[in-house]
Ligand binder design. Structure first.
Ligand SMILES: [Zn+2]
Length: 304
Protein backbone atom coordinates (compact mmCIF):
# COMPACT_ATOMS: atom_id res chain seq x y z
CA UNK A 1 0.00 0.00 0.00
CA UNK A 2 1.38 3.44 -0.91
CA UNK A 3 2.03 6.03 1.80
CA UNK A 4 -0.65 8.22 0.28
CA UNK A 5 -3.18 5.40 0.60
CA UNK A 6 -2.07 4.62 4.17
CA UNK A 7 -2.55 8.29 5.07
CA UNK A 8 -6.00 8.26 3.50
CA UNK A 9 -7.12 5.28 5.63
CA UNK A 10 -5.55 6.67 8.78
CA UNK A 11 -7.44 9.97 8.24
CA UNK A 12 -10.64 8.08 7.44
CA UNK A 13 -10.40 6.03 10.67
CA UNK A 14 -9.74 9.24 12.67
CA UNK A 15 -12.72 10.93 11.06
CA UNK A 16 -15.07 8.01 11.75
CA UNK A 17 -13.74 7.63 15.30
CA UNK A 18 -14.44 11.30 16.02
CA UNK A 19 -17.94 10.91 14.59
CA UNK A 20 -18.51 7.87 16.81
CA UNK A 21 -17.28 9.77 19.90
CA UNK A 22 -19.62 12.64 19.03
CA UNK A 23 -22.55 10.24 18.86
CA UNK A 24 -21.63 8.75 22.23
CA UNK A 25 -21.45 12.22 23.81
CA UNK A 26 -24.77 13.12 22.21
CA UNK A 27 -26.46 10.00 23.65
CA UNK A 28 -24.90 10.46 27.08
CA UNK A 29 -26.30 14.00 27.16
CA UNK A 30 -29.74 12.62 26.31
CA UNK A 31 -29.74 9.80 28.88
CA UNK A 32 -27.33 9.29 31.79
CA UNK A 33 -27.54 5.50 31.53
CA UNK A 34 -25.43 5.47 28.31
CA UNK A 35 -22.21 6.25 30.16
CA UNK A 36 -22.30 3.02 32.18
CA UNK A 37 -23.50 1.04 29.17
CA UNK A 38 -20.64 2.29 26.97
CA UNK A 39 -18.05 1.64 29.70
CA UNK A 40 -19.25 -1.91 30.37
CA UNK A 41 -17.38 -3.73 27.53
CA UNK A 42 -13.94 -2.45 28.61
CA UNK A 43 -14.75 -3.36 32.25
CA UNK A 44 -15.61 -6.89 31.12
CA UNK A 45 -12.38 -7.21 29.10
CA UNK A 46 -10.31 -6.01 32.05
CA UNK A 47 -11.91 -8.59 34.32
CA UNK A 48 -11.27 -11.35 31.78
CA UNK A 49 -7.67 -10.18 31.47
CA UNK A 50 -7.25 -10.25 35.26
CA UNK A 51 -8.67 -13.79 35.40
CA UNK A 52 -11.68 -12.72 37.45
CA UNK A 53 -14.26 -13.57 34.80
CA UNK A 54 -14.69 -16.62 32.56
CA UNK A 55 -15.03 -16.08 28.80
CA UNK A 56 -18.52 -17.64 28.87
CA UNK A 57 -19.63 -15.15 31.51
CA UNK A 58 -17.98 -12.32 29.58
CA UNK A 59 -19.80 -13.26 26.36
CA UNK A 60 -23.11 -13.32 28.20
CA UNK A 61 -22.45 -9.91 29.82
CA UNK A 62 -21.45 -8.34 26.49
CA UNK A 63 -24.59 -9.74 24.84
CA UNK A 64 -26.74 -8.35 27.63
CA UNK A 65 -24.96 -4.99 27.41
CA UNK A 66 -25.48 -4.82 23.63
CA UNK A 67 -29.18 -5.61 23.99
CA UNK A 68 -29.67 -2.97 26.71
CA UNK A 69 -27.84 -0.33 24.65
CA UNK A 70 -29.88 -1.09 21.54
CA UNK A 71 -33.17 -1.01 23.47
CA UNK A 72 -32.29 2.32 25.03
CA UNK A 73 -31.41 3.75 21.59
CA UNK A 74 -34.71 2.55 20.14
CA UNK A 75 -36.62 4.02 23.10
CA UNK A 76 -35.02 7.38 22.23
CA UNK A 77 -36.10 7.05 18.60
CA UNK A 78 -32.54 6.39 17.32
CA UNK A 79 -31.35 3.53 15.07
CA UNK A 80 -30.27 0.52 17.17
CA UNK A 81 -26.79 0.53 15.55
CA UNK A 82 -26.30 4.26 16.23
CA UNK A 83 -23.47 3.60 18.70
CA UNK A 84 -21.74 0.79 16.80
CA UNK A 85 -18.24 1.68 15.58
CA UNK A 86 -18.51 3.57 12.27
CA UNK A 87 -16.82 2.19 9.16
CA UNK A 88 -17.00 3.70 5.68
CA UNK A 89 -16.09 0.22 4.40
CA UNK A 90 -17.35 -2.47 6.80
CA UNK A 91 -15.56 -5.11 4.72
CA UNK A 92 -12.04 -3.94 5.66
CA UNK A 93 -13.08 -1.75 8.62
CA UNK A 94 -11.30 1.16 6.91
CA UNK A 95 -7.92 -0.62 6.89
CA UNK A 96 -7.82 -0.83 3.07
CA UNK A 97 -6.57 -4.41 3.29
CA UNK A 98 -8.26 -7.74 3.83
CA UNK A 99 -7.26 -11.37 4.13
CA UNK A 100 -4.11 -13.21 5.05
CA UNK A 101 -1.76 -12.67 3.28
CA UNK A 102 -3.32 -9.24 3.03
CA UNK A 103 -4.46 -7.83 -0.26
CA UNK A 104 -6.02 -4.50 -1.16
CA UNK A 105 -9.75 -4.24 -0.43
CA UNK A 106 -11.96 -3.25 -3.36
CA UNK A 107 -12.44 0.17 -1.70
CA UNK A 108 -8.65 0.63 -1.71
CA UNK A 109 -8.34 -0.31 -5.37
CA UNK A 110 -11.00 2.27 -6.18
CA UNK A 111 -9.32 4.91 -4.00
CA UNK A 112 -5.93 4.14 -5.53
CA UNK A 113 -7.39 4.78 -8.98
CA UNK A 114 -8.88 8.08 -7.82
CA UNK A 115 -5.54 9.18 -6.38
CA UNK A 116 -3.66 8.10 -9.51
CA UNK A 117 -6.19 9.82 -11.73
CA UNK A 118 -6.09 13.13 -9.86
CA UNK A 119 -2.28 13.21 -10.08
CA UNK A 120 -2.16 12.18 -13.72
CA UNK A 121 -3.83 15.06 -15.67
CA UNK A 122 -5.93 12.36 -17.37
CA UNK A 123 -9.66 12.94 -17.81
CA UNK A 124 -12.40 10.36 -17.43
CA UNK A 125 -14.26 11.41 -20.61
CA UNK A 126 -11.86 10.38 -23.37
CA UNK A 127 -11.76 6.66 -22.66
CA UNK A 128 -12.02 3.44 -24.66
CA UNK A 129 -15.43 2.97 -23.05
CA UNK A 130 -16.67 6.32 -24.39
CA UNK A 131 -15.15 5.78 -27.84
CA UNK A 132 -17.71 6.68 -30.49
CA UNK A 133 -17.08 5.33 -33.96
CA UNK A 134 -19.92 7.46 -35.35
CA UNK A 135 -17.64 10.52 -35.41
CA UNK A 136 -15.69 9.18 -38.37
CA UNK A 137 -16.70 10.72 -41.72
CA UNK A 138 -15.83 7.71 -43.88
CA UNK A 139 -15.83 3.96 -43.54
CA UNK A 140 -12.11 3.96 -44.24
CA UNK A 141 -11.40 6.38 -41.41
CA UNK A 142 -13.74 4.45 -39.13
CA UNK A 143 -11.83 1.26 -39.87
CA UNK A 144 -8.60 3.05 -39.04
CA UNK A 145 -10.09 4.39 -35.77
CA UNK A 146 -11.32 0.97 -34.67
CA UNK A 147 -7.99 -0.60 -35.56
CA UNK A 148 -6.22 2.10 -33.57
CA UNK A 149 -8.48 1.49 -30.58
CA UNK A 150 -7.73 -2.25 -30.65
CA UNK A 151 -4.01 -1.56 -31.00
CA UNK A 152 -4.01 0.87 -28.06
CA UNK A 153 -6.00 -1.55 -25.90
CA UNK A 154 -3.45 -4.28 -26.61
CA UNK A 155 -0.65 -1.84 -25.77
CA UNK A 156 -2.20 -1.11 -22.37
CA UNK A 157 -2.88 -4.79 -21.71
CA UNK A 158 0.84 -5.54 -22.19
CA UNK A 159 1.98 -2.80 -19.76
CA UNK A 160 4.29 -2.33 -18.01
CA UNK A 161 6.47 -4.76 -19.93
CA UNK A 162 5.43 -4.42 -23.55
CA UNK A 163 7.86 -5.89 -26.04
CA UNK A 164 8.19 -2.40 -27.47
CA UNK A 165 7.68 -0.11 -24.47
CA UNK A 166 7.14 3.08 -26.47
CA UNK A 167 4.36 4.21 -28.73
CA UNK A 168 4.58 7.13 -31.15
CA UNK A 169 1.29 8.37 -32.55
CA UNK A 170 1.67 10.77 -35.45
CA UNK A 171 -0.76 12.49 -37.77
CA UNK A 172 -2.36 15.84 -38.56
CA UNK A 173 -4.47 17.76 -36.04
CA UNK A 174 -7.99 16.61 -35.33
CA UNK A 175 -7.57 12.89 -35.98
CA UNK A 176 -8.15 11.85 -32.37
CA UNK A 177 -4.50 11.34 -31.38
CA UNK A 178 -4.96 13.03 -27.99
CA UNK A 179 -8.13 11.04 -27.39
CA UNK A 180 -6.22 7.78 -27.76
CA UNK A 181 -3.42 9.11 -25.55
CA UNK A 182 -5.90 9.91 -22.79
CA UNK A 183 -7.74 6.61 -23.23
CA UNK A 184 -4.45 4.70 -22.91
CA UNK A 185 -3.69 6.64 -19.72
CA UNK A 186 -7.13 6.03 -18.26
CA UNK A 187 -7.00 2.30 -18.95
CA UNK A 188 -3.46 2.12 -17.56
CA UNK A 189 -4.60 3.75 -14.32
CA UNK A 190 -7.49 1.30 -14.14
CA UNK A 191 -4.83 -1.40 -14.30
CA UNK A 192 -2.96 0.29 -11.44
CA UNK A 193 -0.13 1.78 -13.53
CA UNK A 194 1.10 5.12 -12.13
CA UNK A 195 0.60 7.31 -15.20
CA UNK A 196 1.40 10.93 -15.94
CA UNK A 197 0.06 12.81 -18.94
CA UNK A 198 1.24 16.20 -20.08
CA UNK A 199 1.98 18.15 -23.21
CA UNK A 200 5.48 18.91 -24.47
CA UNK A 201 4.56 22.59 -24.15
CA UNK A 202 3.69 22.15 -20.45
CA UNK A 203 6.77 20.03 -19.91
CA UNK A 204 9.11 22.78 -21.09
CA UNK A 205 7.14 25.39 -19.09
CA UNK A 206 7.56 23.19 -16.00
CA UNK A 207 11.29 22.86 -16.62
CA UNK A 208 11.68 26.63 -17.10
CA UNK A 209 9.70 27.35 -13.90
CA UNK A 210 11.85 24.76 -12.16
CA UNK A 211 15.03 26.53 -13.30
CA UNK A 212 13.68 29.81 -11.87
CA UNK A 213 12.83 28.08 -8.59
CA UNK A 214 16.12 26.11 -8.65
CA UNK A 215 14.18 22.85 -8.71
CA UNK A 216 14.54 19.86 -10.97
CA UNK A 217 11.02 19.74 -12.42
CA UNK A 218 11.76 16.81 -14.70
CA UNK A 219 11.08 14.20 -11.99
CA UNK A 220 7.40 13.37 -12.80
CA UNK A 221 8.31 13.01 -16.49
CA UNK A 222 11.18 10.67 -15.77
CA UNK A 223 9.70 8.60 -12.96
CA UNK A 224 6.08 7.95 -14.01
CA UNK A 225 5.47 4.27 -14.70
CA UNK A 226 3.81 5.41 -17.92
CA UNK A 227 4.38 8.83 -19.47
CA UNK A 228 2.06 10.23 -22.11
CA UNK A 229 3.54 13.31 -23.74
CA UNK A 230 1.13 15.00 -26.12
CA UNK A 231 1.68 17.72 -28.74
CA UNK A 232 5.36 17.01 -29.20
CA UNK A 233 6.60 19.81 -31.44
CA UNK A 234 4.44 22.62 -30.03
CA UNK A 235 6.76 23.39 -27.11
CA UNK A 236 8.96 26.47 -27.02
CA UNK A 237 12.38 25.77 -28.54
CA UNK A 238 14.57 27.17 -25.77
CA UNK A 239 18.31 26.83 -26.42
CA UNK A 240 20.02 24.42 -24.00
CA UNK A 241 16.66 23.43 -22.51
CA UNK A 242 14.14 21.91 -24.92
CA UNK A 243 16.28 19.39 -26.78
CA UNK A 244 18.26 18.52 -23.65
CA UNK A 245 15.10 17.98 -21.61
CA UNK A 246 13.43 15.74 -24.17
CA UNK A 247 16.65 13.78 -24.63
CA UNK A 248 17.04 13.33 -20.89
CA UNK A 249 13.42 12.18 -20.45
CA UNK A 250 13.66 9.64 -23.30
CA UNK A 251 17.09 8.48 -22.28
CA UNK A 252 16.34 7.94 -18.59
CA UNK A 253 13.02 6.29 -19.32
CA UNK A 254 14.60 3.95 -21.87
CA UNK A 255 17.36 3.05 -19.40
CA UNK A 256 14.72 2.20 -16.80
CA UNK A 257 12.61 0.36 -19.42
CA UNK A 258 9.66 2.64 -18.61
CA UNK A 259 7.02 2.92 -21.35
CA UNK A 260 6.38 6.26 -23.03
CA UNK A 261 3.63 7.39 -25.39
CA UNK A 262 4.57 10.32 -27.61
CA UNK A 263 2.00 12.14 -29.71
CA UNK A 264 2.97 14.56 -32.47
CA UNK A 265 1.85 16.30 -35.62
CA UNK A 266 5.40 15.99 -36.92
CA UNK A 267 6.34 13.25 -39.33
CA UNK A 268 9.75 11.61 -39.49
CA UNK A 269 11.33 14.48 -41.47
CA UNK A 270 9.72 17.04 -39.17
CA UNK A 271 11.09 15.29 -36.08
CA UNK A 272 14.62 15.15 -37.50
CA UNK A 273 14.45 18.78 -38.58
CA UNK A 274 13.23 20.00 -35.21
CA UNK A 275 15.14 17.82 -32.78
CA UNK A 276 18.20 16.74 -34.72
CA UNK A 277 19.59 13.27 -35.24
CA UNK A 278 20.40 12.42 -31.61
CA UNK A 279 16.87 12.99 -30.27
CA UNK A 280 14.82 12.13 -33.36
CA UNK A 281 16.53 8.75 -33.76
CA UNK A 282 15.52 7.95 -30.19
CA UNK A 283 11.93 9.04 -30.76
CA UNK A 284 11.57 6.74 -33.75
CA UNK A 285 13.87 3.96 -32.48
CA UNK A 286 12.22 0.91 -34.03
CA UNK A 287 13.59 -1.48 -31.41
CA UNK A 288 11.77 0.32 -28.62
CA UNK A 289 8.90 2.06 -30.39
CA UNK A 290 5.75 1.14 -32.26
CA UNK A 291 4.87 3.92 -34.65
CA UNK A 292 1.28 4.58 -35.69
CA UNK A 293 0.33 7.06 -38.38
CA UNK A 294 -3.24 8.36 -38.43
CA UNK A 295 -4.63 9.72 -41.68
CA UNK A 296 -7.88 11.25 -42.78
CA UNK A 297 -10.23 14.16 -42.43
CA UNK A 298 -10.10 16.47 -39.40
CA UNK A 299 -12.79 15.30 -36.96
CA UNK A 300 -13.06 18.65 -35.18
CA UNK A 301 -13.61 21.01 -38.13
CA UNK A 302 -15.88 18.61 -39.99
CA UNK A 303 -19.43 19.92 -40.51
CA UNK A 304 -21.83 17.61 -38.74
ZN1 LIG B 1 -12.57 -1.73 2.18
Amino acid sequence: MTNELKRYYSDLRDKNYRLWQKRIAECEAKDGRFRALMDEPSRVFLQVGAGRLSSAAAISRIAQNTAERKNLLISLGLPSDYLDPIYTCPKCQDRGEIGEPSKLCSCALKKQQELLLSASCINDRETFGNFNEAIYPSSEQKKQGLGMKRFCERYVAALPHSEKPNLLIVGQSGLGKSYFGNAIGYAAIEAGVRTFKSTAYQCIQDILSGIDAREDAVAPYVSAELLILDDLGTEAMVPNVTIETIFRILNERAAAMLPTVLISNLDREGLFERYGERVASRIIDGALTSIVLLRGENLRTRIR
